[in-house]
Design a protein around this ligand. Structure first.
Ligand SMILES: [Zn+2]
Length: 68
């Protein structure tokens, strides 16, 4: 029940370019590494890792195999 409420909220926060865990503004995070031409790996202050898609201009949670 709780999970059903949290998942959409996390999605909304990511759409607003905020970390769902600590609500940091992901656009000002300096720890970002280019992954391919169109994506960056962004590591939040709280340690969570996100993928920034430059083409779509959106953030999403990184999958395990994308981090290594
Ligand atoms: Zn965070």
């Amino acid at each position: 029940m709780l999970k059903k409420l949290i998942a959409p909220l996390q999605k909304i926060l990511l759409q607003k370019k905020l970390c769902p865990a600590c609500t940091s503004d992901l656009t000002i995070i300096k720890d970002r590494k280019p992954k391919r031409n169109d994506t960056e790996i962004v590591t939040c202050r709280c340690g969570r890792i996100f993928i920034y898609d430059k083409d779509l201009d959106l953030y999403r949670r990184a999958l395990l195999d994308e981090i290594e």
